[in-house]
Design a protein around this ligand. Structure first.
Ligand code: NAP
Length: 475
């Protein structure tokens, strides 16, 4: 029997995607570099299923129907190049390789070009949803060869998550578009997680709430506008008890965050593109500073600050933090979608931002009720330059901003770090402000570097230089 699709890489994602594909009535051939992992899978979770274990890539390729479709679910970087090189001798023109891992988009562009020259179709498909999503239905962002997409559309549409029956997967755009969109998804994920953590910390510090009391608040929020996977898992996490100490498990976890790099890539790309994404970047920095735990412990002995105190009404602060979270979340998504818009123009991907919001509505880590409104906003105006300009979102911020400012003030006055909440507010205030202090920056640039400036009373684009800046007094 020939298999419909092959998969390389049987770690968390690969195993669960294989089971998902098989459950959807396809026969799948699987290979893993380390044989023990393959044996464990085919004799364990994959036992007595339409899953064919292959012990080398030649056998994998010979087991597949033509054109062959091979999905790589392995570590990004060199392993992907190595695996492609290993496959090539056994492939024919028309065969398809899909990289479903978190590859950097420019690697995907490079690989696609190389493979196209050999007649092999290549797709870079970002896949989100973690272990459970991979098994039950992930969100999938495929980009690259349109020809390849035509061959895999049916399988991907079946295995992906659905929202009201519609798939959370559609063709994103040419070459690296799919991996770029996944990278921005992960950037937004970083800022969503950071914002939730800052709100958790504010409530914990000011109201002295236990993890269990906090869990109730997040569970309540999940019933409303903030309904999302990350809020839901936060309420579940806060309920968990450490089996050893019987303390809330979250209180026993070291406050030192790790990262795999996709948030950093999103920030770097945004800098490259000149698109401000402070919420994403601050979320990356927040993980960086958290990981310098030894240094922080030393610094805490020397550096002083206020002790958090709040004497107001608990319910008022809880409601204010809810509104602050919604407003900051809107800004974070506004930044992410602005980056996508700029990348779409730069790389000529013609990204459909409404479809991307649709893909993210289920299956992925940032899935949220709120994305329905994002989808509508870009459906109504596909050229919308910033989500903040959509009337639904500007109205939400109008009704939330007083509370948002209150929460930011309170945290700052009391020495509680809120890099994502406060940078989102500064983003909002910068974006909405008709005048910024950049006139002084231009003057300084002209003073020391004769860089020139435009004038408020002259046509834009005309550059003036002031010849008579007063010299510095001699010391
Ligand atoms: P992973 O830990 O990122 O990678 C482990 C897999 O890669 C194993 O199958 C391993 O084979 C294989 N591998 C590593 N180096 C290799 C090489 N040089 N040649 C061939 N195979 C090699 O696994 P994962 O967490 O399942 O993720 C797979 C991909 O999906 C990654 O790109 C990841 O970033 C992305 N992703 C992960 C998640 C998640 O929640 N885990 C979510 C979305 C996307 P061996 O068993 O032989 O070591």
């Amino acid at each position: 029997m020939k298999a419909d699709i092959g998969l390389i890489g049987l770690a968390t994602m690969g195993q669960n995607l294989a089971l998902n594909i098989e459950r959807n009535q396809y026969t799948i051939a699987v290979y893993n570099r380390t044989t023990e992992r393959l044996d464990e899978f085919i004799n364990g979770k994959g036992f007595e299923k339409n899953i064919i274990g292959c012990y080398d890539v030649e056998n994998l390729c010979n087991t597949l129907k033509k054109p062959r479709i091979i999905l790589l679910m392995i570590k990004a970087g060199k392993p992907v190049d190595d695996s492609i090189s290993m496959l090539l001798p056994f492939l024919e023109p028309g065969d398809i390789i899909i990289d479903g891992g978190n590859s950097f988009f420019s690697d995907t562009i490079r690989r696609l070009k190389k493979l196209e020259n050999k007649g092999i179709h290549y797709l870079g498909a970002g896949i989100s949803g973690g272990e459970e999503g991979a098994l039950k239905g992930p969100s999938i962002m495929p980009g690259g060869s349109l020809e390849a997409w035509k061959h895999v559309e049916e399988i991907f549409t079946k295995i992906t998550a659905k929202i009201n029956g519609d798939p959370c997967c559609s063709y994103i755009g040419s070459d690296g578009a799919g991996h770029y969109v996944k990278m921005v998804h992960n950037g937004i994920e970083y800022s969503d997680m950071q914002l939730i953590s800052e709100i958790y910390y504010i409530l914990k510090k000011f109201l002295n709430l236990t993890a269990y009391e906090l869990a109730k608040i997040f569970a309540e929020w999940d019933k409303g506008d903030l309904n999302s996977y990350l809020i839901k898992i936060t309420s579940k996490i806060l309920l968990e008890e450490d089996p050893v100490t019987k303390n809330p498990l979250v209180d026993m976890i070291l406050d030192s965050a790790k990262q795999k790099g996709t948030g950093k890539w999103a920030s770097q790309e945004a800098l490259e593109m000149g698109v401000p994404v402070p919420s994403i970047t601050e979320a990356v920095y927040a993980r960086n500073i958290s990981s310098k735990r030894e240094e922080r412990l030393e610094a805490s002995k020397l550096l002083t600050g206020p002790t958090p105190q709040f004497s107001g009404e608990k319910s008022i602060l809880v409601e204010a933090t809810r509104k602050a979270l919604i407003a900051a979340k809107i800004c974070s998504y506004a930044q992410g979608f602005s980056l996508l818009k700029a990348a779409s123009d730069e790389y000529k991907w013609e990204l459909n931002l409404s479809n991307i919001a649709q893909i993210w509505r289920n299956g992925c880590i940032i899935r949220a009720r709120f994305l329905k409104q994002v989808k509508v906003a870009f459906q109504q105006d596909k050229d919308l330059s910033n989500l903040l300009l959509d009337s639904y979102f500007s109205d939400v911020i109008k009704t939330s901003q007083e509370d948002w400012r209150f929460v930011v003030n309170l945290a700052v006055e009391n020495g509680i770090p809120i890099p994502a909440l406060s940078s989102a507010l500064s983003y909002y205030d910068s974006y909405r402000n008709p005048s910024l202090p950049a006139n002084l920056i231009q003057a300084q640039r002209d003073y020391f570097g004769a860089h020139g400036f435009e004038r408020v009373d002259k046509e834009q684009g005309l550059i003036y230089h002031y010849e008579k800046w007063a010299p510095l007094d001699e010391d």
